[in-house]
Design a protein. Sequence first.
Length: 140
Amino acid sequence: MDALLEEARALVLQLPHSKALGMHLISCGGGEAAIEMPYDEKLIGDPVSRVIHGGAVSALMDTCCGAAVLFHPSRPISTATIDLRIDYMRSATPGQTIVAEATCHQVTRSVAFVRAVAMDDDRANPVATATGAFTVETNA
């Protein structure tokens, strides 16, 4: 396995919320990241429909966006969320893993701009989309 992917996986697992939510980094590099969050009954927000709570989806998307920033070719040493807008399109299907994919499309001296999408098995109909701005700290 490539060293960058191992570094990214270790970073995601260091975040207590990522570990608690069962997040697993699938891929990263070149300003892109993908993280999955398996369905878990502990994350149900509505016991009747058994749908995952929107807060868990938000945390997944925020974490994925941050990973896309950290593994951008400019390789900042740290990042934090400045602003994250999430638009929920529909409920995730109970029992299905949710995957977030994020792309860091612009980096300035102090801010990175990111877009993301969260999907379950129905890839044609996203669960949510996000746009965000993140701090960028470099060694320079």
